[in-house]
Design a protein. Sequence first.
Length: 256
Amino acid sequence: MLSTSSVTKFQLNWTANRKLKGSDKSKVLALRSDASTCPDTCEQKRLGTCYAMFGHEGMAWKKLTDGTAKNFGEGWLYLSDRLRELKPAPGTILRTNTAGDLPHIGGEVKGNVLDLMAGMFSLYGLNAYGYTHHRHSEHNLSVIHRLAVAGQWLINLSCQTAEHASLMTRRGFACVTVTSHDDTRTRWTDEHNVPFIVCPQQLDSTGSIGCSTCKLCTLPVKDQAPAGGKFRRCVVVFRSHGVRRKVFSDFLTKLH
């Protein structure tokens, strides 16, 4: 799936976690970015194990990248128009890059585009967060840090190993990592005193926890938190999921 346009295609819609019960089915905004935003350095892309490549999300992502999806547009102007149309209330959670990643040129994120996007998120008072598999270059980290400190957009670093996630957390960045699909641990602390907590929604069997109620991934670490703002100390861990979770779990095993 490749996009031939130099302008990123986006798709912004309301979504709800159907697993949540009753009044807890809080709606969140979900933003997809076309496949050209994904860096070649992403192991999930290289191995073809990303959950976003398959199922409903995969079909929707392919249509967005091909330009055949409904309600999509190009560039930050589309996002401006779409937010005006959707009229989200202040405090609404916006999950960016449910598929896709951050707009970039050769692996270096487009800081000016991200600044425009973050400014719009801030204008509407959105609680914007997401993840990135882009490389941890000085430029990329600088952009990610300033957006977090400004309280406009928390972008978690997706780290391939727990060791790397621990290192980047100690450097002052909110991080997530992936473990094997059959890893039974729910939380632990490493030798550097960095806590690791498995995604609460993945552990929940009651239907009472979702992204809209947990909000753990929306919190920065202390060094990124705006003055007086809430922060977290932990790395969030996702058990490998999706139809090719066993393939990626095997890859993770070979790293150790």
